[in-house]
Design a protein around this ligand. Structure first.
Ligand SMILES: [Zn+2]
Ligand SMILES: [Zn+2]
Length: 222
């Protein structure tokens, strides 16, 4: 399987634009899935072009949560390709005719063979704000589960626990926000802390062998 970060706060490539937000393309189990859409449609589509990603090749879109830095590029994308199945959390709303089908996700579910949503999760410690209720993506591989998170507002711990119902966690990729329970990353083969992660440097120093630097243009082939 292959994961390509399309939209991120940083990039090491001069031909791609960095911007606060997150989107990545997942190619796995014969399917092509866009997870989140960044904040700005023009940047999303331009970065896709730079990465040779044809928007029409995308069949499924999964939106992690209702924050603009994850949803802002969606309407421009749908103008290019509306023949997608769109999986949104119930805290985000979009007219049902915006895509080929719009699926509102609440409970954990199988999106397609080998690709799952954790379902909507929310943090237990903070006051739950509707727009911080979030779903994460779990992709099945031979050597464990690959987990992709938008901002991890529900907490990395909750996300990893929910994903564990599918088996051992092999990789964790995405925005970890203020996550600081660093011991939870022990035993994970690949950690790519990007987007809004506050303690990137700390995570990198604790897990130098498994840490991968994020950024738009990063391709993880696993
Ligand atoms: Zn975010
Ligand atoms: Zn957020």
């Amino acid at each position: 399987m292959k994961i390509t970060i399309v939209y991120d706060n940083e990039t090491s490539r001069k031909d791609l634009t960095p911007d606060w937000g997150f989107a990545c393309l997942v190619e796995a189990h014969g399917r092509t899935v866009l997870f989140d859409t960044g904040a700005n449609g023009a940047i999303l589509l331009d970065n896709m072009k730079g990465l040779n990603i044809n928007p029409e090749s995308i069949e499924l879109i999964v939106i992690s949560h209702a924050h603009h830095d994850h949803t802002g590029g969606l309407s421009d994308f749908l103008r290019k390709n509306s023949k997608v199945s769109l999986y949104i959390p119930s805290s985000y709303s979009i007219p049902p005719d915006s895509a080929r089908e719009v699926i509102v996700v609440k409970k954990p579910m199988e999106i397609c063979e080998g690709i799952f949503s954790t379902g909507e999760l929310q943090g237990f410690e903070q006051v739950p704000y509707g727009d911080e209720i979030e779903q994460s993506l779990v992709i099945n591989t031979d050597r464990g589960q690959v987990v992709i998170a938008g901002c991890s507002h529900p907490g990395v711990k909750n996300i990893l626990e929910a994903a564990s119902m599918h088996g051992r966690i092999r990789a964790l990729i995405g925005g970890f926000h203020g996550f600081s329970e660093f011991d939870l990353l022990k035993g994970i083969d690949i950690v790519c802390a990007t987007h809004c992660t506050q303690f990137k440097a700390k995570i990198k120093s604790l897990y130098p062998d498994t840490y991968i630097e994020g950024g738009a243009g990063l391709i993880i082939d696993i």
